[in-house]
Design a protein around this ligand. Sequence first.
Ligand code: MG
Length: 383
Amino acid sequence: MKRKIAILGSTGSIGTQTLDVISQHPDLFEVEILAARRSTDLLIEQARRFDAANVVICEESRYPAVAQALQDTDTKVWAGMDSLCSLVQSDRVDIVVGAMVGFSGLRPTLAALEKGKIVALANKETLVAAGSIVTSTMRKNGGVILPVDSEHSAIFQCLLAAQGNGIEKIHLTASGGPFRTWDRGSIAKAKAGDALKHPNWDMGAKVTIDSATMMNKGLEVIEAKWLFDIDVDRINVVVHPESVVHSMVEFEDGAVIAQMGCPDMRQPIGFALSFPQRISVGNRKLDFASLGSLHFEAPDLDRFPCLGLAYEAIRRGGNAPCALNSANEVAVSAYLKGLIGFYDIARICEKCLQGMNFVASPSLSDILETHSEISMIANGYID
Ligand code: MG
């Protein structure tokens, strides 16, 4: 039986790499749903190529163009978030790949988990904004989250060696991003174009900027806390510029299990789609002799204050990580447009955390309210 896959965010970096893996294994997978926010041309091309049963264009104004382009096919075309949320609950869907960008991934992910689906989650913002709601929805309805984020997939793979033993520590590796060796003054003047030159990973614009500020690693600390039910004080970030060790788990006896490989998102994607089997994904293999050496260093919270802000937000708990995430989404989008400087991203996040209305045990409506309130406040800080 082929696994039927729904890809939320099929035209983005993770979405296209997921389709690449699927194209290598037509005997294992078939495409049930492709959903994109607004990239109509690529969505149409993907629907034809993979003979998708359904496509969803989230921006409703773009529906007529997609529907017309696919009218000679068997693909059903839908518009909007509500359609997407009900489609992912269909009995015909086995695995939902959550690869939308940012907070927008929350509703369809929750919808899938409400029906006990397997969610291959790349959209870390969903867990950052609403970790307790997402994980309790998963547990209550018998759903499963399989991590696609490379570090969390690595931890998940390391934990297969745990045999019921508790985790002493997680060592979350970070590439350090394009500004790892830059001084603070030069980083302050960096433009989005500089930040978008990521040394190791091929990723979308949002996560690439997050990687440059190291907010990405902060969001991943929060993501790891929820995925592996571990206190943040046991999560250690270590900068590892080669991005070969994707993360590590340390046990009580001091043994450290690492997961390694060439940096290529198709490995964690393939593992989530085919778990517990492993499948070929067309990636390059490690050559240790030509690698020579691997390097590790402590992160610099002075040059990369966003990482410290993320620890602060998750220690505070409640809706603070949601506020941080929403402020960051607004700030990163302004930085990409050239409206603010690099360190304004951290400054806006910090101000939003200070000025927010704190809720200790937020409901979903508190989370939605925090998101819209903080987005508005953060926009006010952009000149
Ligand atoms: Mg990652």
